[in-house]
Every structure is written in C-alpha cells, then in structure tokens.
Design a protein around this ligand. Structure first.
Ligand code: ADP
Length: 364
C-alpha cells in the first residue's frame, strides 16, 4: 500500500503520522512527522499487512529518541543562502563548486579518477563564512543540511555522542543528498590525546572516522558530503586529514569583500538611510583591515544604532518611532562603532593560518 496521504491529505505539512500522536487516519510512530514525510517522498516507507509502518532497516535499528534529537536539532533549512550572500571568498567558492557541487549534481560524470573527495575541511579564523559556505553548498544541490558543532556532541549529549554520530550519518544517508557540516571538528578528531580521555569520547572519535570512511559522494544511493570547519586545523590528526583530503583556507575578508558587505547593508531597498560617500566607504574599508566577516556584521549593526541612540537622547524613548524619523547613518557613526567593535582576530593568528595553508591548503 502506498504511503501517500499518510498525514491526512499527504500535503507534506506533517500531520498525524509522527510525534506519537497518530491523529485521525495517521500512523502511530515515535518519529517526527516531517521526517516521515521526507522518507515517504523518497519512497522509503511502506505499510505491513496490518497497516503498521515499515521503516527502512537503517532507521529501525536506531533509538527513536536519538533520531528525534538529530532530526530536530541538527537539520537546518539553510535559510535560502546563495553564493551571492557570501562576500568575497571568490576562489574558495569557485573551488567548492567544482569540487563538491558539480559531483553531487552529476555523480555519473565524477567516477574513477574524477571521483570527488568525501570530505572537505574549511579552516580559518572564526566568523569568515565557513558555515555560510556549507549552507550555500546544501542550498545549491537541494540537499538536506545537517549542522552540528562538535562541542554539542561532546557536552550536550554526554555519552550519547557515538550514537548521535551513527544516527546522524544514517539519517543523512536516508535523506540524501545530504551535507553534514561539523563545526569545531578539531575537538572531535584531534591529534592531542587529552589526559584521562573519556572512554565515551574515544568511541565518538572512532565512530566519526568510521562514518567518514564510509561516505562516498560518488555512490548514487548515498550522496553524503562532510564539510568540517575548524579554527585550529593544526590539531587535526593524520587520520582525519586523510578523510578530508581537501583543505581550504577561508581567510579574513579582503578590502573588496568588506566593501561589498557595507554596500549590501545599505543597498537600494534597505530601510536604513545613510549619507556615506564613496570616499567615506573607502575610509571605513581601510579602517577595518583585519576585521572578520562577523566583525563587519557587528560593526555595521553598531553603526546603524547611532541614529537610534541620538533620537533616544533627544526624546527619552524610541517607542513609536518610524525608521523615516531617524537621521541617516554617517561616517562618524562608523568611527564610533569601530571603538566598540574591534577586530577579533590577531595578526599572529592570521600568520598561523597562512603557515598551515602553505603546507596543507589546497591551492587554487
Ligand atoms: P564561521 O563558520 O567561519 O565561523 P559564519 O559563516 O558562521 O562563520 O559567519 C558568521 C556570520 O558572519 C554570518 O552569519 C554572516 O552574517 C557574517 N559573515 C561572515 N563571513 C561573511 C562573508 N564572507 N560574507 C557575508 N557575511 C559574512
């Protein structure tokens, strides 16, 4: 019997199939309704003779609670991120597209010697757009995006990490094509063996390496791409490097990228008015050498607060104030904002990344 209509109408909105609710015409199940919908869309669900749900074996082996955690907390809609949303990083964007987007879109072409790497490592200072790149990849290939930070695996789900990782990769396989983005991957598979390392965290590492070995984006059935991100690439061990053979440096934004971020904040249609001349913008760009993408974002936010603060000083409150009543953002707002929002990455750290890149980074 076909599963369509399982959620009362089969509109994919998630009706009574999941959450154990088993609404009218629905099916009792401990799994999230949306997950069942997604499996159903892929033809991975069926019913037995008594109308009971038959799950894919890979899912049936897993603890439903863990599956629910992974599905609810780890899958991400990507927020419709496009390549254009990422300022600068042109070379990295080009290489990521060639290396991972093309093979995911046309696996038949990329076999044998052309088979793509199964994992990709993005390294560089925090706040430079590594996560954005992961999201843009997923959005580009209409993949399910799983995003998890290694510290949440090791702290939030203490002792459950190994099972979480297994569930993560199993779900990613079922919902393929999938992109698994793991932030702070160094803390999962670092070379440093911390003293008294927990048995649980050792098992977690091992499981991670096993799963990485197993995901092969050239296989049609399970197109999983792992993107690891790290601010401390030198802490990865050799086994991890082998599994993520391409390592890409995502540096601090260059002048052109910083200018792009500024122009975008004030582009036509934005409800924030400004009176910054091109020369003013040049001054801001120059003054923000060494700022990361996220520093720039915070700086722009801070500068845009200037007119609101002024109005508050005049009136004592900003309730019922329309955007049109605010004065435009000026160069002075940026000068003040630069004092509040300093750069977050030191030159010595940048040098460390450049040195690592010279040895391990993919050149393009
Ligand atoms: P990372 O993963 O490298 O630590 P993120 O991708 O999470 O950094 O970036 C954090 C935030 O900073 C983003 O949500 C975005 O607002 C901003 N940002 C960082 N880099 C860029 C960029 N290159 N272009 C546009 N925004 C950026």
């Amino acid at each position: 019997k076909a599963v369509e209509g399982m959620n009362g109408g089969g509109n994919g909105a998630g009706g009574g199939a999941g959450g154990g609710a088993g609404g009218e015409g629905g099916v009792e199940s401990p799994y999230p309704a949306k997950l069942l919908d997604m499996l159903s869309e892929r033809g991975l669900l069926s019913f037995d003779g008594e109308g009971g749900l038959v799950l894919p074996p890979k899912l049936a082996q897993l603890d439903p609670k863990i599956v629910e955690h992974v599905f609810n907390e780890v899958t991400d809609s990507c927020g419709g991120i496009t390549w254009d949303d990422i300022a600068g990083q042109d070379a990295a964007k080009r290489l990521v597209q060639e290396m991972v987007v093309w093979p995911m879109l046309n696996p038949q072409l990329f076999t044998g010697a052309r088979a793509p790497p199964r994992g990709l490592l993005l390294f560089g200072p925090p706040g430079t757009g590594k996560t954005l790149i992961g999201k843009a990849v997923a959005a580009n290939i209409c993949a399910t995006f799983f995003s998890i930070s290694a510290s949440s695996l090791t702290s939030k789900w203490i002792g459950e990490g190994e099972r979480m990782v297994r569930a993560l990769f199993a779900l990613a396989g079922l919902l393929s094509p999938s992109v698994i983005f793991i932030d702070e991957i160094d803390s999962l598979i670092s070379a440093r063996k911390s003293e008294g390392e927990h048995e649980a965290s050792r098992r977690l590492k091992t499981q991670m390496l096993i799963e990485l070995e197993g995901c092969d984006p050239s296989k049609d059935a399970e197109r999983i791409l792992l993107i690891g991100a790290t601010n401390r690439p030198e802490e990865l061990d050799e086994a991890a490097r082998r599994r993520m053979p391409k390592q890409l440096y995502i540096p601090l934004p260059c002048e052109a990228a910083r200018r792009q971020m500024l122009s975008r904040a004030f582009r036509a249609g934005s409800d924030i008015s400004h009176c910054l001349t091109p020369v003013d913008l040049d001054k801001v760009v120059e003054r923000t050498a060494g700022y990361s993408g996220s520093d720039m974002k915070n700086l722009i936010q801070e500068a845009c607060q200037g007119p609101v603060r002024d109005l508050f000083r005049q009136r004592g409150n900003v309730t019922n104030v329309a955007a049109s009543e605010l004065r435009p953002v000026t160069l002075r707002d940026f000068q003040m904002a630069c004092k509040a929002q300093k750069r977050s990455v030191a030159d010595c750290e940048v040098e460390r990344y450049i040195a690592y890149d010279a040895t391990f980074g993919a050149k393009y």
